[in-house]
Design a protein around this ligand. Structure first.
Ligand SMILES: *Cc1c(COP(=O)(O)O)cnc(C)c1O
Length: 451
């Protein structure tokens, strides 16, 4: 059986199902694979001739173990990942992988949609019901709402700060109905987060079987290995050919997906972890001292405004160290090996904007702020490593430019085309706010009365 340990090592190991339903371990660590399965060179090379779903079936079967039988897992993957993940050649040796073609147009769809179906699968087997409670500052709420929409035995409650999110972001949550309940509050994201945390700790609410579906859940993390194998198989020719991956990083879930793929045998020359002005990781690699950026800096790549990434604990764990949730290192990782595998660089807003502009001028294509942070990082790496110029690089685009129209219009004077899934939401009718919450007790009595 595949087992998971907590990155804090203060709680017993668990299987996949428990890791998924717990989300975070009791000792506040994150769950991580005890052993990472390894694929042979020839298996990985054979992916060249396979489709995305065929590759994904092989990988997830290895990562999940036999907890979900192969035929069921295949159905889950086919249903969850039913959109394209294009890998486009930009110039001789550089490619972009577009992870933004899911229903909410961000790469988070891949993890969230897989997790939703896996949870539904387990709940059906056990004939149990569950309530997912989540706070959002904008984008996560939409991805979770869409992923869990109409899933049996699961109700989703999302708290959002009414005056701090865009109309489109709100509509992604409020127009669905059925099992999705979105509650706007007159407060900040931190207030939403506080209500959610208090509810999780409230003994009177335990009967509700409350769970979170946030990005630290292994059920969201493990599917993020799939597209690394996929992109690799689209660009290489030789067996064991190495490539470079460029990952725009915020909470580091995307990067950890890549690092797990690498440990499984994927031939990678280098990961480039591209962060915005929240530069705790590049500084850590340079100085060997970890210091969170507090408060986090506001950059135009807003989904990456994280000054103390939760998944950093998993990175340190992968390299033999221990760091707790407060950012204190208890055991040093193999820092030299991290430096060998990963090049981390901070890209400021000015350079991000310049990159969106120059990319458009050069290639007549629009990239958005997160993808642009990645592309800018790749240019810097290329310039400093001319001897590797023939090694192919795959840069990840994590959202659709239409989610950031103002920025794009002001830079290149073009309105990005709105994908169908976003366009449809614009004209849908919203469900009214189900309750006005002024204090935690309001929220609690709503939960007790209605669930
Ligand atoms: C969440 C997000 C990121 C950051 O991904 P992490 O896994 O948190 O590093 C980057 N781009 C977009 C568009 C996102 O939504």
């Amino acid at each position: 059986m595949v087992l998971f340990h907590s990155t804090n090592y203060n709680t017993p190991d668990v299987g996949l199902k428990e890791a998924i339903f717990k989300g975070q371990a009791f000792d506040k660590g994150l769950y991580m694979l005890n052993t990472i399965p390894i694929l042979s060179e020839s298996t990985i090379h054979s992916f060249i001739n396979l489709k995305f779903n065929q590759i994904s079936n092989i990988i997830l079967l290895k990562l999940f173990g036999k907890v979900i039988p192969e035929t069921d897992l295949k159905k889950i993957i086919a249903d969850a990942l039913d959109f394209k993940i294009p890998v486009e050649k930009i110039n001789n040796f550089d490619y972009i992988m577009f992870l933004d073609r899911g229903p909410t147009c961000s790469f988070k769809d891949i993890g969230a949609r897989t997790l939703a179906r896996v949870m539904e699968y387990f709940l059906n087997l056990e004939e149990k019901d569950m309530v997912i409670l989540t706070a959002t500052s904008g984008d996560t709420g939409g991805a979770v709402a869409s992923a869990f929409y109409k899933k049996k035995r699961i109700k989703v409650i999302i708290l959002y700060p009414r005056n701090e999110i865009s109309d489109l972001q709100r509509k992604q949550m409020t127009t669905l109905g059925k099992n999705i309940i979105a509650i706007g509050i007159d407060g900040k994201f931190d207030d939403c987060q506080r209500y959610v945390k208090t509810a999780f700790a409230d003994k009177n609410l335990q009967f509700l079987n409350l769970t979170s579906a946030n990005s630290i859940n292994v059920g969201r993390l493990l599917p993020q290995t799939l597209y690394y194998f996929w992109a690799y198989s689209r660009v290489v020719k030789e067996i064991n050919e190495k490539v470079i991956f460029v990952v725009p990083s915020g909470n580091f879930g995307n990067l950890i997906g890549g690092l797990i793929a690498y440990r499984m045998g994927l031939p990678v020359k280098k990961f480039i972890s591209a962060v915005n002005e929240n530069d705790e990781f590049p500084l850590y690699l340079r100085r060997g001292i970890y210091q969170k950026v507090e408060p986090s800096k506001h950059c135009i790549s807003s989904a990456m405004n994280v000054g103390h990434p939760s998944n950093f604990a998993r990175l340190i764990d992968l390299y033999g160290g221990i760091i707790d949730e407060t950012g204190l290192i208890h055991k040093n990782p193999d820092l030299e090996k991290i430096r060998e595998d990963i090049f981390a660089i901070s890209i400021n807003d000015e350079s991000t904007r310049r990159t969106i502009k120059s990319f458009y001028q050069k290639y007549n294509k629009i990239i958005e702020p997160h993808g642009a942070v990645g592309w800018a990082a790749l240019q810097k790496y290329r310039k400093d490593n001319l001897r590797f110029y023939k090694i192919k690089a795959i840069s990840l685009e994590t959202a659709d430019p239409a989610k950031f129209p103002d920025e794009i219009i002001s830079l290149i004077e073009i309105t990005p085309k709105i994908p169908k899934s976003l366009e449809a939401i614009k004209n849908r009718v919203e469900f009214p706010n189900p309750i006005e919450i002024e204090k935690y007790e309001d929220f609690k009595s709503y939960l007790l009365k209605n669930f």
